[in-house]
Design a protein around this ligand. Structure first.
Ligand SMILES: [Mn+2]
Length: 317
C-alpha cells in the first residue's frame, strides 16, 4: 500500500495527467497507472488520462487510443488528479485546470527541480524514471502485461536503455520483474527507441553536420530552425535524442540542441556528464530537469542564446 493507492481507493473519479510534449517515461508512467487503475479498481467510475498527442511510435502502449487531448466541461471536478513526470505546474500546459478543480492531487516525479506543487508529492530525484517510482507504488502481483509494457517503456527511455547514471541496482531489478510479466523487451526498445524514419535520419545528419564544437572540445551544440525542419519534413518531436547523441562525441561534457518553437523562441535540450549540472542553467531560464538532462525556453537569436548558455556552462567546466 502506498499513498497513491490509498488515494485511488478513496476516489470515484480520477484523472491522470502528464507534461507537455510527453516523452517515453511520461507516456509509460501515465498509461501504466491508467491501465493499473482500470484493471484493479472497478469502483472508479470515471477514469481518464490527459496527454498531448505523442509520436506514433508509442501507439503500441495499451490505452493510447483512449487518451484525451482536450478538456471537456465535466473535467473540472475529479476526486483525484495524479500528475506524473511533470517537473512544474506550468508543464501541465492547459491541463492545469484539471488540477485546480480536483478535490485531491498527487504528483509523482523524479525531477530534482520539482517544487512539489500538488497536495501530496512523491518526488524521488534518485529514481531513474517516474515509471520506476510508479512501479514502487503499485503491487507487483496486480501489474498486468499491458501495465508492465508501459512501465518498462518508460524506464528504458529515461535511462537511455539502462545506461545513464540514475540506473541503479533497483532499476535493473524492476526491469527484471517487468520482464517476468512476459513483455517483449526487444520489440519495445527497437520500435520505440532506436527506430527512425528516413526523413528523420537525414535531419539528424544535417543537425550533426551543423554542430559546433567549442570550449576546447568540451561543449557541442547545434541549431535547428523551422526552416531546417521543414526542409526534411519533420517536427521537433523527431529531433528527440539528438542532444544525447551529441554528448557521445569524445571529450564532450555538455551538449545542446536548440530548436525553434516560436517565431522568436527556441527550446534548449541539454545533456551533460560528470560534474556538469545542466539543470542549474535550465532553472536560471525557468526550465528544469535533471543534473545530466534538462531543458528551457529562451527568446531571441539562436546563436546569441547558445552563447549565453555556453557562458553559464563555462563556469562549471
Ligand atoms: Mn522522466
Amino acid at each position: 500500500m502506498s499513498r497513491l493507492t490509498d488515494l485511488i481507493e478513496d476516489a470515484e473519479s480520477i484523472a491522470v495527467i502528464g507534461h507537455i510534449r510527453p516523452d517515453g517515461d511520461d507516456l509509460g508512467s501515465c498509461l501504466g497507472l491508467y491501465n493499473y487503475i482500470k484493471e484493479n479498481y472497478p469502483h472508479v467510475t470515471r477514469l481518464r488520462v490527459f496527454l498531448e498527442k505523442a509520436a506514433p511510435k508509442f501507439d503500441f502502449l495499451k490505452g493510447m487510443d483512449e487518451v484525451s487531448h482536450k478538456i471537456g466541461n465535466d473535467d473540472k471536478d475529479y476526486d483525484l488528479v495524479a500528475c506524473l513526470d511533470c517537473a512544474t505546474k506550468d508543464r501541465l500546459g492547459e491541463f492545469d485546470i484539471i488540477l485546480d478543480g480536483a478535490k485531491h492531487s498527487i504528483c509523482v516525479d523524479h525531477h530534482k527541480t520539482n517544487p512539489c506543487y500538488c497536495e501530496f508529492n512523491d518526488v524521488r530525484p534518485d529514481a531513474s524514471s517516474t515509471s520506476e517510482v510508479i512501479y514502487e507504488l503499485l503491487e507487483d502481483d496486480r501489474i498486468s502485461l499491458d501495465t508492465a509494457t508501459c512501465l518498462y517503456t518508460g524506464i528504458a527511455h529515461d535511462t537511455g536503455i539502462f545506461q545513464y547514471s540514475a540506473t541503479s541496482q533497483r532499476t535493473m531489478e524492476i526491469g527484471g520483474r517487468l520482464l517476468r510479466k512476459g513483455i517483449s523487451a526487444e520489440e519495445i526498445i527497437s520500435n520505440s527507441y532506436y527506430q527512425k524514419s528516413y526523413d528523420q535520419i537525414r535531419a539528424w545528419g544535417y543537425a550533426y553536420e551543423k554542430a559546433v564544437l567549442c570550449e576546447r572540445g568540451r561543449c557541442i551544440y547545434t541549431i535547428m530552425t523551422w526552416k531546417d525542419m521543414k526542409k526534411f519534413g519533420i517536427t521537433s518531436m523527431d529531433l528527440d535524442g539528438v542532444s544525447s547523441e551529441l554528448r557521445n562525441v569524445s571529450g564532450v561534457l555538455f551538449s545542446m540542441l536548440l530548436y525553434q518553437d516560436g517565431s522568436n523562441e527556441f527550446k534548449a535540450s541539454m545533456r551533460s556528464t560528470g560534474n556538469v549540472d545542466c539543470s542549474a542553467v535550465a532553472v536560471k531560464h525557468d526550465g528544469g530537469g535533471h543534473a545530466h538532462a534538462s531543458g528551457c525556453t529562451c527568446q531571441g537569436d539562436p546563436e546569441e542564446i547558445a552563447a549565453m548558455i555556453l557562458s553559464e556552462i563555462r563556469e562549471q567546466l
